[in-house]
Write a protein that binds this ligand. Structure first.
Ligand code: T46
Length: 140
């Protein structure tokens, strides 16, 4: 599964902390869009889709949330709770987000502009697409 956790460099001093992100350095793609999710209740699960082309980095800059990832064969659950930690998700991976803490803000850096035709929102359709494009990681 083409995902990874990236630990960003923290610039800290007596005033507090700062993390800087630049495309093609900390971020492995050109950033074409930024959006953020907040005010999601703890019992809400969102996402339920994959992207054909889009790559993204998810950073929970406040609070915490859990990301469920599925490549059609392997599944993973990642808890995001550090503002210096980014979760890179390649294209072709199903994602769901849940367990948002009350103060959670999930910042997303995206490689493409918003395009509804890039979404696969039906799971069975996703499985067929993943199989066709060889996105599934072989079981070890
Ligand atoms: C993803 C996860 C992590 C826009 O108009 N522009 C945008 O750039 C985005 C991302 C959304 N929207 C509109 C489309 C919907 O009417 O905002 C509404 C909520 O979007 P959606 O239901 O897709 O939100 P999530 O939380 O299910 O998924 C989002 C991203 O869409 C998706 O790419 O990977 O966050």
């Amino acid at each position: 599964m083409n995902i990874k956790i990236i630990n960003f460099q923290q610039h800290g001093d007596e005033r507090g902390m700062l993390v800087a992100l630049e495309e093609a350095k900390e971020i492995p793609f050109n950033i074409r869009r930024v959006y953020y999710i907040y005010g999601t209740a703890p019992n809400v699960r969102r996402g339920y889709h994959a992207h054909k082309k889009l790559e993204q980095i998810l950073i929970c800059i406040s609070g915490s949330c859990t990301i469920y990832l599925d490549d059609g064969n392997i599944t993973k659950e990642i808890i995001l709770q550090e503002p210096y930690e980014g979760l890179y998700i390649s294209n072709g991976i199903w994602r769901e987000m849940y367990d948002f803490s009350e103060n959670a803000v999930l910042l997303v850096l995206a490689s493409e502009l918003y395009d509804e035709s890039d979404y696969i929102r039906d799971y069975q359709e996703y499985i067929a697409y993943s199989r066709q494009n060889n996105y599934m990681e072989k079981e070890k």
